[in-house]
Design a protein around this ligand. Sequence first.
Ligand SMILES: Cc1cc2nc3c(=O)[nH]c(=O)nc-3n(C[C@H](O)[C@H](O)[C@H](O)COP(=O)(O)O)c2cc1C
Length: 188
Amino acid sequence: MKGLIIVGSAKVGSHTTALSKYLKGHFETHDFEVEIFDLADKPIHQLDVSGALAPLETYKANLQELQTKAREADFFVLGTPNYHGSYSGIIKNALDHLTMDDFKMKPVGLIGNSGGIVSAEPLSHLRLIVRTLLGIAIPTQIATHDSDYKKLDDGTYYLANEEFQLRARLFVDQIVSFAQNSPYEHLK
Ligand SMILES: Cc1cc2nc3c(=O)[nH]c(=O)nc-3n(C[C@H](O)[C@H](O)[C@H](O)COP(=O)(O)O)c2cc1C
C-alpha cells in the first residue's frame, strides 16, 4: 500500500508538514509506504488550460511528479493551513491539476492547522472537494493550532500536544483500515 500526503502550506517547514511527518512515522509502523509532497518545497505552476503561461521547467517537473505519485497512491492525506477561513489556494491548485481517476474510491484523510482561532472549516471545505473527486473522506480529521507544536534546536516544528498525537495515531489507523478493507474496489 502506498500513500501520498499533499501539503499545501506556503511556508517551508510548516506546522502542517510537521503533522504530516508525525503521520508518516505512524504509517510506517503499519509497513505502509508514505511520501510527503510538500508544495512549499516542490511548487507547481498555476493551472492554465489556455496555455498562456510559460511555466518554469522545475514547476513542470514537480507537477509531473505529483501527478505520477497521485495516480500510484492507494490513499491520500490532504494537508492545509487555515487561510482566510478555508483551505489554501496552493492545495486547491494542486487538486485542480489532478482528476477523479486519481481519487476514485480511495480513502482520503484531512488535516489542517490554524494560527488564529483554531478551525475545522478548511477541512469541511476540502471534504466537499474530495466528494467531487469521488474519493472517500474518512470521518476522523485533525485540525491543530500553532500552539500544539514545539521547535527542535534546529528550528524544525514537531507535534508536541499529546492529545493530538493520540488522535493522529487513530487517524492513521482509520486510513489503514479503510485502505486494507476497501469495500469499493469493484467500483473503481
Ligand atoms: C493568507 C493567510 C490567511 C490566513 N488566514 C487565517 C485565518 O483565517 N484564520 C487563522 O486562524 N489563521 C489564518 N492565517 C494564519 C495561518 O493559519 C498560520 O500562519 C498557520 O501557522 C499556518 O499553518 P502552517 O504553518 O501549517 O502553514 C492565515 C495566514 C495566511 C498566510
